[in-house]
Design a protein around this ligand. Structure first.
Ligand SMILES: NC(=O)c1ccc[n+]([C@@H]2O[C@H](COP(=O)([O-])OP(=O)(O)OC[C@H]3O[C@@H](n4cnc5c(N)ncnc54)[C@H](O)[C@@H]3O)[C@@H](O)[C@H]2O)c1
Length: 335
């Protein structure tokens, strides 16, 4: 579905983190709906390098871009020489900034702040010099255990990831006051959908439970999962928010969720209904207590007013739309 009328002819779009989950979906949105736009993807594709928690340092994967016909550049946003070359080579109109250490459980504070915050400042300065609009990924993790519904302005991050995103928002507000470009920060809540599979263990529990069930294994949930609730949002609605953010009524920082809190148990129940199974669930202790969000629910009032955003997918709709891809991945990548 196309969300804006502008054909984007002669426009150049940079998508950082474009070989990752959300960035790759954005790349295909523009290819399919605005084929005259020139789309450049920048990503530090996976190298096998891991963080101390055992997860990959970057999750970019070529398979997320199979079928993409725009330009692809492998590189690190921390590389100032690369950013200077990009600035010389292109005249960007829009920058969708998705590149980040996206792993909320990563413990490397130096790398997290350098990559998520300091490199973002370099990109923001480039956007100002080029007169490009900046649309960047913030996160619901900025809220930590702040009470629901979460509203912009009341944050309490519980990990360095959430802290780095909150600092991006503070920096952006400062630029919004003195610069003329469009700047929109989007606080995504828990996103799920096609092209997340290569995030491995950091992919959403929707795909992970889906594959446990397809393997005939009992779904393993944390104890109390009927009461651990999150605002789970389908990728299509994330794309909608990003595209609407190209022409905001007002620069700002906006929540992107459904506005509804749903339990992890309801994910499993909905998957089992769609897959026609009735496997018993197993409950295991939650190792992340103390740095774990037990209740998230986005207040999306200002997003609806400021961007014209209206979520189209409830949890059951998103899962239903996602099932064929969950099955395909299971056949082609898991088995
Ligand atoms: N998926 C979610 O639920 C969610 C929720 C809130 C916020 N976010 C944010 O949205 C953005 C996209 O997340 P995603 O889910 O697509 O994650 P992802 O890990 O799939 O995508 C991030 C991409 O950035 C790339 N990258 C990492 N470090 C880089 C670097 N130094 N230079 C260049 N590229 C680099 C990775 O290779 C990866 O392809 C991230 O900023 C993330 O923090 C995601």
């Amino acid at each position: 579905m196309r969300y804006i009328d502008d054909d984007l002819k002669n426009k150049t779009i940079l998508i950082t983190g474009g070989a990752g989950f959300i960035g790759a979906n954005l790349a295909f949105y523009f290819q399919e709906n605005h084929p005259e736009a020139h789309v450049v993807v920048l990503d530090s594709f996976r190298s096998g390098e891991t963080l101390s928690n055992g997860n990959l340092k970057s999750f970019g994967h070529f398979k997320n871009l199979i079928g993409f016909r725009g330009e692809v550049i492998s590189g690190d946003i921390n590389d100032k020489a690369l950013l200077a070359k990009l600035e010389g080579d292109y005249d960007f109109d829009y920058i969708f900034h998705e590149a980040a250490i996206s792993d909320t459980t990563a413990l490397e504070q130096d790398l997290m702040i350098r990559t998520n915050l300091n490199a973002y400042k370099d990109l923001l300065d480039m956007a100002v010099r080029q007169g490009a609009n900046m649309i960047y990924a913030s996160s619901g993790a900025t809220y930590g255990d702040a009470s629901s519904p979460q509203r912009v302005g009341v944050e309490a991050p519980q990990n360095v990831y959430g802290f780095s995103k909150l600092m991006m928002d503070h920096l952006s507000r400062d630029y919004m006051k003195r610069e003329k470009i469009g700047i929109v920060g989007l606080r995504y809540f828990n996103v799920y959908g096609p092209r997340e599979f290569f995030k491995n263990k950091t992919a959403s529990m929707v795909v992970q439970f889906g594959h446990q069930i397809l393997a005939g294994k009992n779904p393993r949930l944390f104890e109390g999962s009927d009461k651990i609730v999150r605002d789970f949002i389908y990728i299509e609605d994330i794309i909608q928010a990003n595209v609407l953010a190209m022409h905001p009524k007002e620069n700002g920082i906006y929540n992107v969720g459904t506005g509804k809190a749903r339990s992890f148990q309801s994910i499993v129940d909905s998957l089992q209904k769609e897959l026609g199974t009735a496997l018993p669930c197993e409950y295991i202790p939650n190792p992340f207590v103390g740095r774990y969000q037990f209740h998230t629910e986005a207040d999306i009032g200002s997003t609806m007013r400021g961007l014209g955003y209206k979520p189209r997918y409830e949890l059951e709709d998103g899962i239903k739309a996602y099932i064929p891809e969950i099955k395909r991945l299971f056949e082609e990548e898991v088995k």
